[in-house]
Write a protein that binds this ligand. Structure first.
Ligand code: UD1
Ligand code: CA
Length: 452
C-alpha cells in the first residue's frame, strides 16, 4: 500500500513558532508517532505532504524511507493528497493519515486497509460533541452517501454524532480520477478530500466505515489544551501497559515516560518520576518519588531514593543512590555502590562496593573497589582550559574535604587525611596529608573594645 501523511496545515491555534506536527507528545514529535504507526504496516511508500514550516518539518523528520511532497499554497485536504500523487506507487491501496492525529493504532489501520480492498473505507467515531468535525451522512438504508463539513452542514446534519476521523483508505486506481473531480465550491473554498465520498457513491464503489477503539485514537491536536489532554491519554496507556507487565506504580496518573522504558519483575516506581530516552530498570529496582532518569540502566535490586537525577549513566546491581544524587553522562557504577545526597558524578567509573555518601564532586575519574570518599571531596578536573583524570585505586580512604588536583593517582590502600589538597600522586598503603600544623597558643587573650 501507499501511505500519505498530511502535515501541511499551519496549526494557528497552537500559538507557536514550532510547526504543529513537531510538538512533542510523550517525548516524540506528533508526526513521528504517525510515521511509526505507518511503518508498522510495512507500506511500499510513505509520503509526507508538508507546507507550513516545511523546512523545519522536513529536516527534523527526514529518513531514507520517507518521500516528501510540498503543498504550497494549502488549498485543502484533497489538494494536499493530490500533491502526493507523483510520489505514490501503483500499490492497490492508499491510506491517508493526519500528521496531527498521533495516537492512531496499527490494528485499527489494518482493519481499515482490509476494508478498502474493493471499497472506500472511512475511519469514523461517535462523539458526544461532534462540533467542528465532518459528519457522516447515511441514507435510509444506512449507507454512507457523503461527508458534510461542519461549516457546510444544515442544522439537521450538525446533529449527527458519527464523525469523519479524516483517516481513509481507498483503491489507488480510483484516486487520481476522484481527486481531479473535486471542486472548491464550499464554505472554505477548499478542495475537500471528503468530497471523494460522493464521487465514489456516484461511481458505484461501496463505502465502508470502520470504528476506532476509542475516541482518543482519532483525536487531533489543534491547540495546547488538546496536546495536554492527549499527553495524559498517552501516559495513561503507558502506565496501564507497565501495570499489566507487573510493575508496581504508586500512582499511574503520576508517571511520565517520554521515550521507552523497559522493566524487569517486581519493579516499583513511586510518584512523579520522569523517564526520558531509553531507560532500563532491571528486576526489583525501586525508584523513589520525583526521580528523573534519562538514557539510564539501573541494575537489579538497586534503590534510587527521592529526587535523584540520572542522565546517561549505568548503575550496577544492588546500588543505593540518593536522595538528591546526580549521575551525569559517562558514569558507570559497578555492584553495590552507594552514592548519597548532594553527590555529583560525571564520567566516573566506580568499581564494586565503593561509597560516596555525602556532598562530593567526582568527575573524569576511575575509582577502584571498596573506596570510601568522604564528605566534601572534590576532584579538581578542570584548569579552566583542559580536563584531567583522577585515578583512585582499590581500598582507598579519602578523608573529608579533600581536593584531588588532577591529573593525580591515589595508590591502592592509601589514606588521605581530611582537608588534604592533593597535587602529587599519593603512594599506596600510606597516609598522605597536606594540612597546616595545628597550634594552640596558651595565654592568648581576645581583643577588648577600646575604652573611650
Ligand atoms: C478534516 C476533515 C473533517 C474531519 C476532520 C478530522 C476535510 C475537508 N475535513 O477537517 O471531515 O472531521 O479533518 O480532524 O478533509 N492539511 C494539509 N493541507 C491542507 C489542509 C490540511 O496538509 O491544505 C492537513 C493538516 O495539516 C491536518 C489535516 O490535513 O493534518 C486536516 O486538516 P484540517 O484543516 O485540520 O482539517 P479539518 O478542517 O479539521
Ligand atoms: Ca483538524
Amino acid at each position: 500500500m501507499n501511505i500519505v501523511i498530511l502535515a501541511a496545515g499551519q496549526g494557528k491555534r497552537m500559538h507557536s513558532n514550532l510547526p504543529k506536527v513537531l510538538h512533542p507528545l510523550a517525548g516524540k514529535a506528533l508526526v513521528s508517532h504517525v510515521i511509526d504507526a505507518a511503518r508498522s504496516l510495512a507500506p511500499r511508500t510513505i509520503c509526507l505532504v508538508y507546507g507550513h514550516g516545511g523546512d523545519a518539518v522536513r529536516t527534523t523528520i527526514d529518513a531514507p524511507d520517507l518521500r516528501w511532497a510540498l503543498q504550497e499554497p494549502q488549498l485543502g485536504t484533497g489538494h494536499a493528497v493530490q500533491q502526493a500523487m507523483p510520489q505514490l506507487s501503483n500499490a492497490p491501496t492508499t491510506l491517508v493519515l493526519y500528521g496531527d492525529v498521533p495516537l492512531i493504532q496499527p490494528a485499527t489501520l489494518q482493519a481499515l486497509v482490509h476494508a478498502a480492498r474493493d471499497a472506500l473505507a472511512i475511519l469514523t467515531v461517535e462523539l458526544a460533541d461532534p462540533g467542528g468535525y465532518g459528519r457522516i451522512v447515511r441514507d435510509a438504508t444506512n449507507q454512507v452517501v457523503r461527508i458534510v463539513e461542519q461549516k457546510d452542514a444544515s442544522a439537521e446534519e450538525r446533529a449527527i454524532r458519527e464523525v469523519n476521523s479524516g483517516i481513509v483508505a481507498l483503491p489507488t486506481a480510483r484516486l487520481a480520477e476522484w481527486l481531479s473531480g473535486l471542486s472548491n465550491d464550499n464554505a472554505q473554498q477548499e478542495y475537500y478530500l471528503t468530497d471523494i465520498v460522493g464521487l465514489a457513491v456516484a461511481a458505484g464503489v461501496p463505502i465502508r466505515t470502520v470504528s476506532a477503539q476509542g475516541q482518543w485514537e482519532v483525536l487531533g491536536v489543534n491547540s495546547k489544551a488538546q496536546l495536554a489532554e492527549l499527553e495524559r491519554v498517552a501516559q495513561r496507556r503507558t502506565a496501564d501497559r507497565l501495570l499489566e507487565q507487573g510493575v508496581r506504580l504508586a500512582d499511574p496518573a503520576r508517571l511520565d515516560v517520554r521515550g521507552e522504558i523497559s522493566c524487569g519483575r517486581d519493579v516499583f516506581i513511586d510518584v512523579n518520576c520522569v523517564f526520558e530516552g531509553r531507560v532500563v530498570l532491571e528486576e526489583a529496582v525501586e525508584v523513589g518519588p520525583c526521580c528523573v532518569l534519562r538514557n539510564a540502566t539501573i541494575g537489579a535490586g538497586s534503590r534510587l531514593a527521592a529526587f535523584s537525577h540520572i542522565d546517561g549513566a549505568v548503575v550496577g546491581p544492588d546500588g543505593v543512590i540518593g536522595p538528591f544524587a546526580r549521575l551525569r553522562p559517562g558514569t558507570e557504577l559497578a555492584a553495590g555502590v552507594h552514592v548519597g545526597n548532594f553527590v555529583e558524578l560525571k564520567n566516573a567509573k566506580v568499581a564494586a562496593q565503593s561509597k560516596a555518601n555525602h556532598l562530593a564532586y567526582v568527575g573524569d575519574a576511575i575509582i577502584g573497589s571498596r573506596v570510601n570518599i568522604g564528605a566534601g571531596t572534590i576532584t579538581c578536573n578542570y584548569d579552566g582550559a583542559n580536563k584531567f583524570r583522577t585515578i583512585i585505586e582499590d581500598d582507598v580512604f579519602i578523608g573529608s574535604d579533600t581536593q584531588l588536583v588532577a591529573p593525580v593517582t591515589v595508590g591502592r590502600g592509601a589514606t588521605l587525611g581530611a582537608g588534604t589538597t592533593l597535587t602529587k600522586n599519593a603512594p599506596p598503603d600510606t597516609l598522605t596529608i597536606s594540612r597546616a600544623r595545628q597550634v594552640s597558643i596558651s595565654g592568648w587573650k581576645r581583643p577588648q573594645k577600646a575604652n573611650k
